[in-house]
Design a protein around this ligand. Structure first.
Ligand code: FAD
Ligand code: NAP
Length: 338
């Protein structure tokens, strides 16, 4: 096993934070993973699983072993007249899988185009965008239990998917390495173009009867125009989740702040746009040392080049406190803080 030692993680996280890992190992198969977990020396090290590093903020060195997931492969495992089941290696790049599905004319993932990161991290927070979540096309996943090395299958119900949530962020945190994910895609998808600027972008593209590729292209165009490219400006997408509040709390906020942005979720609950709350507290575009809130999207915290993870985290805490002070609402990080 070619273990790298004392290596910078800067190329392995989209914030571009320069911390070090004591050991780093590429994992390209289940056998390779089992070997690493039973190695006489490595088995005593603390472990961190990393995919694309696009949803993590490093505030310290990793005094242990980074397992870099590179398990690849995309295969059709079952199909009928309507549906196609696709099993992907967890180390595949998410956007490559979406592009593969579009090449095959299959629908279900098009609204999730251009989300950075790996397939295996997708279920961790039930990635979502433009009114669609991973759970909508999820069939099952296989994960290796790190202490027993047994492989267990998880259905959608087992994963307990929620809004940017799953069982893997809570009771099963750090206990499983997701190795494969199977999706059920549609040959005749119902396109979701009602969210945000998709319909407007399709119109702008001159498309009246869109297909999956058109919706994907529209999402890609919108994302490119709005979001900072981590290759140019370090970031991990939305730093905070949108908070959900009781209808009663929303009504009180609306009375005090008539422009407050909220969307009903389940009866009696309203999701607030965290970006709006942060913007109202004056953070949008503000630069603090080597970090700041992005000028076009307040929810995205950025690294102007030399920021440490601690510096970014301190800014996040200040932002959180100011939102509590102004609105009485707590916003929690979506990004995994290490
Ligand atoms: P990593 O950052 O490598 O890991 C994230 C967490 O998952 C870590 O705790 C890690 O230990 C764990 N983990 C990773 N792989 C595995 C595995 N195989 N098994 C077990 N645990 C694992 N997210 C959205 O939901 N919607 C968006 O629209 C979106 N847009 C984004 C835009 C930008 C510009 C950026 C930078 C990020 C965006 N994100 C979005 C966040 C991010 O892309 C997703 O959360 C993505 O799924 C993270 O994948 P990753 O492989 O980079 O995960
Ligand atoms: P946007 O369209 O400007 O919308 C702002 C917020 O309002 C979003 O957070 C979104 O919630 C919510 N919203 C808008 N229209 C909605 C509707 N019809 N129903 C319910 N909620 C609605 O957001 P944006 O920043 O440009 O992002 C566009 C999409 O990409 C969003 O879905 C967003 O989640 C996703 N995205 C995610 C990340 C990340 O890192 N997690 C980064 C960039 C973009 P939702 O977030 O719940 O959709």
């Amino acid at each position: 096993m070619p273990v790298e030692k004392n290596i910078s993680l800067k190329p392995y996280n989209t914030f571009g934070i320069d911390v070090k890992a004591k050991y780093l190992l590429n994992i390209d198969s289940t056998e390779n993973l089992r070997e690493a977990l039973t190695d006489d020396y490595l088995k005593h090290q603390d472990r961190l699983i990393l995919g694309g590093g696009s949803n993590i903020l490093f505030t310290r060195d990793v005094d242990g072993l980074v397992l870099l997931n590179r398990i690849s492969g995309i295969e059709i495992v079952r199909q009928d007249d309507q549906r196609v089941w696709v099993r992907a290696g967890a180390g595949e790049t998410w956007h490559d899988l979406v592009m593969w599905s579009i090449e095959q004319g299959l629908g279900g993932m098009e609204n999730l185009s251009l989300i950075p990161g790996s397939v295996g991290a997708g279920p961790m927070q039930n990635i979502g965008a433009y009114g669609v979540e991973l759970k909508d096309s999820f069939y099952e996943l296989e994960a290796l239990q790190l202490d027993t090395m047994d492989i267990r299958k998880f259905s959608a119900a087992d994963c307990k998917f929620g809004y940017r949530e799953s069982v893997f962020k809570h009771e099963l945190k750090n206990r499983f390495f997701i190795i494969h994910v199977t999706f059920c895609l549609s040959r005749n998808p119902q396109l979701n173009t009602s969210y945000g600027a998709i319909a407007q972008e399709l119109q702008h593209m001159g498309i009246t009867v869109p297909g999956v590729r058109d919706v994907s292209n529209a999402v890609i165009n919108i994302r490119r125009s709005k979001l900072p490219d981590p290759k140019v400006l370090g970031n991990a997408g939305s730093f905070f989740k949108n908070p959900e509040v009781d209808q009663q709390v929303f009504d009180q906020l609306k009375a005090a702040h008539p422009n407050v942005v909220g969307y009903p979720t389940i009866p009696g609950k309203v999701k607030l746009a965290a970006g709006w709350l942060i913007e109202q507290c004056g953070w949008k575009g503000k630069v603090v040392g080597h970090t700041g809130s992005h000028k076009d999207q307040a929810l995205v915290l950025v690294n102007y080049g030399e920021a440490t993870g601690k510096e970014i985290y301190e800014l996040a805490l200040k932002i959180r406190d100011s939102v509590i002070e102004k609105f009485g609402v707590r916003i929690d990080p979506e990004v995994n803080v290490y």
